[in-house]
Design a protein around this ligand. Structure first.
Ligand code: SME
Length: 161
């Protein structure tokens, strides 16, 4: 289930999306990740607003009730507080985990850093244990760095464009 190697073609495609359609890029990148990688079951971006993470674009089988998460709470809040990627191989074994979907078994959260701080994060849920490995981390950190290039020109908010 994990990515075996960084998908550089996908990194280039995402770079193109960001260069060509910057305003729609966050939503298009979410859609691209969800469509291209079958183990990315639910893909979302949270943006930092004050002391909270607020859900932006997402794609997956179901909506989450966690549309606003205080920084420091849950796996998402931990990644935003530390600025470091979190990989949770078994969500049932992690006390920080905030449950969204009954089908989720593992999760990866990758901070988006710009201007010396965390401005958002990519959150992906997987339906199998251990769905995310080092190549997913390296790949998604490259995607996060590309998304960070939109800042501050493109408003990073949960509001519809
Ligand atoms: N599981 C996350 C909450 C967000 S949902 O997965 C979409 C967490 O523990 O922070």
């Amino acid at each position: 289930m994990v990515l075996q190697a960084v998908d550089y073609d996908a990194v280039c495609e995402i770079g193109k999306i960001i260069a060509e359609t910057p305003r729609e890029a966050p939503a298009r990148v979410v859609e691209y990740l969800s469509d291209r990688f079958s183990h990315y079951d639910w893909v979302g971006i949270y943006w930092v607003e004050g002391r909270d993470l607020v859900l932006g674009p997402w794609k997956g089988p179901e909506a989450t009730e966690h549309t606003r998460i205080p920084i420091g709470t849950g796996v998402c809040g931990a990644a935003a507080a530390s600025g470091r990627t979190e990989i949770v191989p078994d969500v049932r074994a992690d006390a920080r985990y905030l449950a969204c979907f009954a089908s989720t078994r593992s999760e990866i959260v990758v901070p988006i850093r710009a201007g010396g701080r965390v401005i958002g994060e990519i959150d992906i849920d997987g339906r199998t244990l251990d769905a995310f490995g080092p190549a997913d981390q390296e790949f998604l950190e490259a995607v996060a760095a590309l998304l960070a290039m939109l800042w501050p020109a493109v408003p990073m908010t949960s509001a519809p464009a």
